[in-house]
Design a protein around this ligand. Structure first.
Ligand code: GTP
Ligand code: MG
Length: 175
């Protein structure tokens, strides 16, 4: 009977889709629009989270937040290597960021020796008026890349981000 799982998570995706903002919301319940600087080098945080639907079971999320900007990417691949979960983020207000998802899938497939699963996340759902990618398009992409979980959220919405990690936790206990 498992009650504790430690898992390595990498945050991947184009620059400015909101990877660091999602991590900050998960860790600190905080969103500061406009204050998030582009990530330059991979950044590690960890959090032990109770998975509420399961009762007392907990997951230790060991999260590597990576840099999306092309000039910093060469540093990123070594962090894929033994990841258990790849969270690939796109921005629902930026169609091009969805097209970039394939690049990250290829990279993680190439560099990761572990068994891992993919979580495709459409972020910035709060910006309804600027949406360029529908939920159906996101779901189709998730299917195409073989993502195990598809999720839409906003780094500005605490509940949506906490729920994302709850879903991942539930999935980990099902494996
Ligand atoms: P890199 O580190 O360069 O790869 O970018 P990133 O993916 O970490 O993006 P970051 O978290 O730095 O966010 C980029 C910008 O988008 C910042 O100005 C954030 O405040 C904003 N942002 C992130 N998530 C959201 C969201 O859900 N809604 C809105 N409205 N803005 C967001
Ligand atoms: Mg960042």
């Amino acid at each position: 009977y498992k009650y504790f799982i430690s898992t390595k998570v990498v945050m991947l995706g184009e620059s400015s889709v909101g990877k660091s903002s999602l991590v900050q919301q998960f860790m600190l319940n905080r969103f500061m629009p406009g204050f998030q600087e582009p990530t330059v080098s991979p950044h590690f945080v960890k959090k032990i989270q109770t998975i509420y639907k399961l009762g007392q079971q907990k997951v230790q999320f060991n999260i590597w937040d990576t840099a999306g900007q092309e000039k910093y990417r060469c540093l990123t691949t070594m962090y894929f290597r033994d990841a258990n979960v790849a969270i690939i983020v796109y921005d629902v207000t930026n169609k091009q960021s969805l097209e970039c998802v394939d690049y990250w899938v290829d990279e993680v497939n190439r560099s990761n020796a572990n068994d891992y699963f993919i979580v495709l996340v459409g972020n910035k759902c709060d910006l309804r008026k600027f949406r360029q990618v529908t939920m159906e398009e996101g779901q189709a992409k998730a299917k195409q890349i073989g993502a195990q979980i598809y999720y839409e959220c906003s780094a500005s919405n605490e509940k949506s981000v906490q729920n994302l990690f709850q879903e991942i936790g539930i999935y980990l206990y099902k494996l």
